[in-house]
Design a protein around this ligand. Structure first.
Ligand code: PMP
Length: 292
């Protein structure tokens, strides 16, 4: 039996779950989304994801036709129906059906889509041996054109970076701001550790304010580590003791090589491994509980 997808209050099988070609989410990438995870029937930081979703929607003047409480109920219903204890949840709000012009005023009804499926885990090798990544020519979007803080359906900026990394034989790309400072990766935030201090670029440089990123800053502080949001150069990345990436799907991935420079010992660092353990423990303890 396949998964059931929620579209505007109804459930459809995978093959039947379709939206109109006139939906501006499809025509223009006009909409917002979230990627959320559940661990053993606990949805991790659902409130933070919903806050970010409503903030993204507010900025693009998209009124979500449901309250956070109603959306929470719909997400839980979808998880129950699909009998998923450990899930990846994709929540999408598209502008809805309009005409072929850009004008969002011609789209009277936004669409709400919830896809919950088994989480596809990255190969274990990434976590045990660490990733090699590169910086790419495509800059992260300028905050004064399309703010990377908005988790919009328009991901071509990130996809360009991903293509550039793939073309060189790498799985992930470091994206810089237009003045050459480290922003984030194509689908993850980036951290470095230098002399036991945890650093990550401030989100205003042009990075998504990741839920996993904020969790890591919290875990660091709870464990008496100094944590700082600081502008970082590539030179600082190359000479860090440890580097890792964070994201809902990837969780925490150690990075051992950047632009062919070895990071630290060239193996996942001790502090990174400790943070990975602490993060895992946290996902097992806190979250929005559901049952089936
Ligand atoms: N940056 C980008 C560009 C992303 O798309 C994501 C989410 N995949 C992240 C960072 C990580 O954010 P979060 O921890 O909230 O998943």
């Amino acid at each position: 039996m396949g998964i059931k997808v929620y579209i505007d209050g109804k459930y459809y099988s995978k093959v039947e779950s379709k939206i109109s070609v006139f939906d501006h989410g499809f025509l223009y990438g006009d909409g917002v989304f979230e990627g959320i995870r559940s661990y053993d029937k606990l949805i991790f930081r659902l409130d933070k994801h919903l806050d970010r979703l409503y903030e993204s929607a507010h900025t693009i003047m998209l009124e979500i036709p449901m309250t956070k409480k109603e959306l929470t109920a719909a997400i839980i219903q979808t998880l129950k129906l699909n009998k998923l204890s450990n899930a990846y949840i994709r929540l999408i709000i598209s502008r809805g059906i309009g005409d072929l012009g850009l004008d969002p005023r011609k789209c009277p009804k936004p669409s709400i889509i919830i896809i919950a499926d088994k989480i596809l885990l990255y190969p274990n090798k990434f976590y045990q041996e660490g990733l090699a990544i590169i910086t790419v020519p495509t800059f992260r979007n300028l905050p004064n054109s399309l703010d990377p803080g908005i988790k919009s359906l328009n991901y071509l900026n990130n996809i360009m970076a991903k293509i550039e990394a793939n073309n060189c034989g790498y799985n992930e790309a470091i994206m810089l701001s237009s003045d050459g400072m480290v922003a984030e990766c194509s689908g993850d935030n980036i951290f470095i550790i230098k002399n036991n201090i945890l650093y990550t670029p401030p989100s205003y440089i042009g990075a998504l304010k990741g839920i996993t990123r904020d969790t890591l800053l919290e875990i660091g502080e709870k464990n008496k580590m100094r944590c700082e949001e600081k502008m970082l150069t590539r030179h600082e990345l190359y000479n860090a003791d440890e580097v890792f990436l964070t994201g809902t799907a990837a969780e925490i991935v150690p990075v051992v090589k950047i632009d062919e420079r070895k990071i630290g010992t060239g193996r996942p660092g001790k502090i990174t491994l400790k943070l990975m353990r602490l993060f895992k423990q946290m996902t097992k303890k806190e979250g929005t509980r559901y049952t089936f």
